[in-house]
Ligand binder design. Structure first.
Ligand code: ZN
Ligand code: ZN
Length: 141
């Protein structure tokens, strides 16, 4: 994402357009997730932002408010942990995949994926889709 896209100014505008008040925790959460290389769990967000003085409940509420407003995507890669990521303007669920390490559980984003529904197949790719690639990350090899 271009640096200008992660500016607080852009987020302030997006928050207002989504009908949410601009608050420091919301801007901090959006800033953190913009810089991250993959989606972050609530605990990871707490680890990073608790030094700012916000407690777990505040950060959890803000993550869910931002997801409900469509600024964040919330999903579970199969380990029953909600992870959150910024929805990029050019991003769709069909060109964005997640690599999940089967050893350490690390989750990374893979952009530029192209998924096409097989011709003649009906009844798939309806509703939200998540593309997942499972394997072993470099650190675990
Ligand atoms: Zn790993
Ligand atoms: Zn992602």
């Amino acid at each position: 994402m271009a640096p200008s896209d992660s500016s607080p100014k852009r987020w302030k505008q997006q928050l207002r357009e989504a009908g949410l008040r601009v608050t420091k925790p919301r801007l901090a959460v959006l800033g953190l997730l913009t810089k991250a290389q993959g989606p972050l769990s609530h605990s990871e967000v707490v680890d990073d932002l608790s030094t700012e003085g916000w407690d777990r409940a505040t950060l959890f509420r803000n993550l869910n408010d931002l997801a409900a407003a469509g600024l964040l995507r919330r999903f579970d890669v199969g380990d029953h942990v909600w992870r959150f990521e910024v929805i990029h303007p050019t991003d769709s669920e069909l060109n964005h995949a997640h690599f999940v390490c089967v050893d350490c559980g690390d989750v990374r984003c893979i952009d530029g994926v192209e998924l096409r529904a097989p011709a003649g197949e009906r009844g798939i790719l309806r509703g939200p889709v998540e593309i997942q690639v499972r394997g072993t990350c470099e650190a675990c090899t």
